[in-house]
Each structure stands twice: as C-alpha cells, then as structure tokens.
Design a protein around this ligand. Structure first.
Ligand SMILES: Cc1cc2nc3c(=O)[nH]c(=O)nc-3n(C[C@H](O)[C@H](O)[C@H](O)COP(=O)(O)O)c2cc1C
Length: 193
C-alpha cells in the first residue's frame, strides 16, 4: 500500500453518476493506484435513480471509502500525499462549495486541500444551461487551479453507444493524471492498447 499512487474520487449529485462509477471501474485495472471514494448525499440519490448499481456495489469499486462527515479522515490533510482529486460528476452546489472554499463536508474539504497543496483537481461539472452564478464559480475554480472538464461528448471517434461516449469522457479525465486507459482514442492516433 505504501508506494501506491492515490486518486481521490468524489461523486456528487449531478446527473451522470455513471461517469464516476465507470472511472472507478477503470481504475481497478491499475493496481499501482489507490482510489479514495467520497459520495455526497446527492450522489447517493442519483446513483439510485440513474443507475442499476447499489451504493454498496459502487463503494466496493474503491480501494477506500470515506464518510462525508469524517473531516478527520486522511484525505482531509495536506500531509496525506495524493496525485489529486476528481469530482465526477460535479453538481453546481458542490462547484459552489469548491469555488467559495466552503468546506462543510469531507468531499469539499478534500477538494480545498487539493487546491491549497497545488495538486491536480479535476471538476466534471454537469448542468445545462448554465446561469451566471455557475459560470462565475467555474471561472473562480479555474483561477484557483482546477481543471474544468465538462462531460462533453466527442464525435471524432464516432461513438455508437452511450458506453463508448462515457468511456471517452472517463479517458479524458484519466489522461489528466496520465493514466492510460485501454481503448482511449486520441485524434489521429490508434486507440490505446
Ligand atoms: C436525478 C437528479 C439529477 C440531478 N442533476 C443535476 C445536475 O445535472 N446538475 C446539478 O448541479 N444538480 C443536479 N441535481 C440536483 C443536485 O443533486 C442537488 O442540487 C444536490 O443538493 C447536490 O448536492 P451535492 O453536490 O452535495 O451532491 C440533480 C438531482 C437529481 C435527483
């Protein structure tokens, strides 16, 4: 466990919980990585409403599961080394918490720590259309160092299923952390083996 790289994965209550679930599944193929999972209360709802996964099944995909109220957990401290964090999907409420530094739960605290330690924080915001508050919060988070990676479908790889669209977005997220997802298709290149 000692030398493993660590990725904190937050799933919040925006539509697209499956993106977080698929990311956790892909991460299982990389035994050199640990995943530290946080589910917001909104995520518990969307997982039940949008997917066929139970909360227990989602949690079983992670190396470690942290409780939202446990602000004394390892990932609440900058001394606990991680490669960074992704919030996928990121609700507008959680975005607002990140942008304002309002660390009222462990998911927001872990994001705050990621930014203050100058580590990679990827936000996958999902809402449409966006109001001015959302847009301002996205700019604020970007200015603070977050990577804003909306779950936008790519067409250049000619996806024919929702799974392929989902996989491409997950591949884009993992690419930020230089994790080479099998099948990820870069423009002008063959899919990764
Ligand atoms: C099925 C469903 C879909 C939702 N989709 C979105 C969404 O796409 N974006 C968003 O910002 N909020 C969405 N919400 C609302 C959030 O879940 C709600 O604002 C919640 O309080 C967010 O809290 P959290 O960020 O702590 O999870 C959705 C709620 C439900 C039940």
């Amino acid at each position: 466990m000692e030398n493993k790289k660590r990725l904190v994965v937050g799933i919040s209550g925006a539509s697209g919980a499956i993106l977080g679930i698929e990311l956790l599944k892909k991460m299982q193929l990389f035994p050199e990585w640990e995943t530290h999972l946080l589910l917001s209360s909104g995520a518990r709802r969307t997982i039940q409403l949008e997917t066929s996964y139970s909360i227990e099944q989602v949690e079983a995909l992670a190396t470690m599961v942290h409780r939202l109220g446990d602000v004394g957990a390892s990932i609440a401290s900058g001394t606990f080394k991680t490669a960074g964090m992704v919030i996928v999907p990121c609700s507008m409420k959680t975005l607002a918490g990140v942008a304002s530094g309002f660390s009222e739960n462990l998911l927001l605290r872990a994001a705050d720590v990621t930014l203050k330690e100058r580590r990679t924080l990827v936000l996958v915001p999902r809402e449409t259309p966006l109001n001015r508050i959302h847009l301002r919060n996205l700019v604020t988070a970007s200015d603070a160092g977050a990577v804003i990676l909306p779950p936008v479908v790519a067409y250049y790889n000619k996806p024919s299923t929702v799974q392929e669209m989902t996989d491409h977005i997950v591949g884009k997220i993992l690419d930020v952390f230089e994790i080479p997802m099998h099948g990820f298709c870069r423009w002008g290149e063959q899919p990764l083996k």
